[in-house]
Design a protein around this ligand. Sequence first.
Ligand SMILES: CC(C)(COP(=O)(O)OP(=O)(O)OC[C@H]1O[C@@H](n2cnc3c(N)ncnc32)[C@H](O)[C@@H]1OP(=O)(O)O)[C@@H](O)C(=O)NCCC(=O)NCCS
Length: 157
Amino acid sequence: MIKPKTVKDSTITMTELVLPHYTNQLGKLLGGQLMHWIDICAAIASAKHTQHVCVTASVDRIDFIHSINLGDAVTLTASVNRVFNTSMDVGVKVYSESFKKGTRTHTNTAFLTFVSVDNNGKPVKAAEIFPETDEEKRRYEEALQRRENRLKNRTKA
Ligand SMILES: CC(C)(COP(=O)(O)OP(=O)(O)OC[C@H]1O[C@@H](n2cnc3c(N)ncnc32)[C@H](O)[C@@H]1OP(=O)(O)O)[C@@H](O)C(=O)NCCC(=O)NCCS
């Protein structure tokens, strides 16, 4: 029996500094670099939840709402929204912070599916998750919708 966990048990926050080698010619953070950080942050949250290695199965959505500037700090928060069987929906929220301007901006939201695997890369059952707050409950419901849409699209292909 795998002990169920709450969302906050595995929520992860990480902060990165936007250095010149992470930017394009306009001094904006490269999308690919941000996607890498999103993937890492989500991988840590899912591994913390399952206590197994978790692999990225799909990137279901990434919204780029605002660009991020050279010199900004970028804070990413990942949490497991819902666990299915071996897979789980993980949400990542990204904020940029300019210490010079004293601003904090919500720049990105991403949803990914991770699968908990054993040492041979074979999917293993993940612990259940219990949403507690209204927001966690909303995300829990939305995660099911995302999975259903994904599965529907998969059978069409
Ligand atoms: C993801 C992976 C482990 C699934 O293995 P599999 O043998 O196809 O497993 P199954 O078909 O039994 O599916 C297992 C789970 O993965 C989910 N899954 C499989 N492919 C998926 C996809 N493309 N998108 C989202 N979820 C997927 C299934 O829905 C299932 O979820 P459930 O157990 O919660 O119902 C396997 O495809 C894999 O290793 N892919 C490469 C992952 C990778 O290299 N990522 C980058 C490095 S981390």
